[in-house]
Design a protein around this ligand. Sequence first.
Ligand code: MLT
Length: 410
Amino acid sequence: MALVNEQFLKLPESYLFSEIAKKVAAFKDTHPEARIIRLGIGDVTRPLPPTVIAALHRAVDEMADAATFRGYGPERGYDFLAEAIIRHDYEARGVKLSPTEIFISDGAKSDTGNIGDILSKDNRIAITDPVYPVYVDTNVMGCRAGDLLPDGHWSDIAYIPCCAENKFIPELPAEKPDVIYLCYPNNPTGTALTKSELKKWVDYALKNKVLILFDAAYEAFITEPDVPHSIYEIRGAKQVAIEFRSFSKTAGFTGLRCGYTVVPKELKGFRVNGEEVELNALWNRRQTTKFNGTAYIVQRAAEAIYTPQGQREVRANIAYYMNNARIIREGLAAAGLEVYGGVNAPYIWLKTPDGMGSWEFFAHLLYDCHVVGTPGVGFGPGGEGYLRLTAFGNTPDVEEAIERIKEWKM
Ligand code: MLT
């Protein structure tokens, strides 16, 4: 008799974005004439940059020739990509890393979800609330969350509230956790931490031997100078933080799949007896056992992003999305709605009008405006009374969605 992992039975039946997709499909079935504008899941709409496409074609041709064909690659990823990452994403910001500290993968979702494999189930986990649901759901699967309480919290997780009152800037927890997830620029609130705000967290982690799992998937969308792109810009962070990065939103790789995780050599975890263990070695062991590497052609495509022309094309796409963010932010604010984010991130966090619940507002937007958002409460109890819109749509659609919401609001 195969016993199941009972933890899965504690989770809501579907993952947040699958649940929304089901609701939208049901609406579409009954209203086939509705032109739905999707600003729900953060999926990009601009095609891959031409430089990336050219690199893909070249790599495909290499695979067609016995002289240049590649089979299994290094599980950690090819050095040509790790070196390009180090040069452009880190050395340019004064951070030194070696290729053995970079683990190329199929994206930040997998890595933030899988990282728990190398951590004891006895760790006390802290998350900001609201939060990207992968962190919570994977800790439920990994036996670290306890039980779901009627108010939507998990009994063993420490919640760090991010709300309008604290401007969505988390305060250091009163009770010391072992592991903290931080995502900045933030999904879902679209807000960012300045260097001095992030430094507080690094100092706290150094002092208390806390591991920070830092999700920097949206760093490319930062527009303000005082917002760090990497946690390693803060002194001492290599001793306390793992950083996750993604090409999904930066370069349109949501369908192609590529990201990377940085596990510095000087970062240590602990055995129960206090003995130090290199987390880099554990993650390497995990990846070499469970992962056979990202496709060669995809890694060549990612490398192309770092060429001067690739950079120009990627930046143009990001500017396109951030213009959408501005349209959403300004349009909804002009309609009298309370909006946050959208300056250093492609997400706009919106207070629901008239004290509506998140799902109620989601339903109004879908039924009355034919616009899809993401209910804030889907990101945790702290998101109740909010809704998230993404800036990843086509500009004419975004403009139309905002006009429809404005009209509905009047
Ligand atoms: C989101 O909408 O929060 C993201 O697209 C989800 C993801 O990146 O997995």
